[in-house]
Design a protein around this ligand. Structure first.
Ligand SMILES: [Ca+2]
Ligand SMILES: [Ca+2]
Length: 146
């Protein structure tokens, strides 16, 4: 980890702790916007929508670890996320922000490759890491090795 990254992480922790005088390491999720603002973390449109359900699944509280991890994601994957967004703008015809096998087939047809539905299905099973039947941002990130 570089010094700059360590410094950045310390800053995220400091912002969180400034609202957590009792050192509970937990804050309401509703404070997230304020915390991100103070931590100087740029909100990439859409990415919170992908991350928040994961946090909310557990509780309505945000732990310091979740906050730091979220900040790191938001600061480090901007470029990657832009790529994904462009990809979605082009091929996500039902605009649910993931690609299903039909949309994947269209995307591949677009670049001039003709695959059968069963080839598409087997391709999807290789990139669908979270096994929800579609390619979302997490799958995309893993598929390109991030
Ligand atoms: Ca879709
Ligand atoms: Ca998936």
């Amino acid at each position: 980890m570089s010094d700059a990254t360590t410094e950045q992480k310390q800053n995220f922790i400091k912002v969180f702790q400034s609202h957590d005088p009792g050192n509970t390491y937990l804050l309401p999720i509703s404070m997230l916007d304020q915390l991100l603002f103070e931590a100087n973390v740029q909100k990439v449109p859409g990415i919170l929508e992908l991350e928040l359900p994961l946090i909310k699944n557990e509780t309505e509280l945000l732990s310091i670890t979740q906050f730091v991890t979220l900040c790191q994601k938001l600061t480090n994957t901007e470029t990657l996320y832009e790529i994904y967004q462009n990809f979605m703008q082009r091929f996500d015809t039902d605009t649910n922000f993931t690609l299903d096998t039909v949309e994947l087939k269209q995307a591949l047809n677009f670049v001039g490759e003709n695959f059968t539905q069963s080839e598409i299905n087997s391709m999807m099973s290789q990139i669908d890491f979270d096994k929800d039947g579609t390619m979302g941002f997490e799958d995309f990130r893993k598929a390109i090795g991030k």
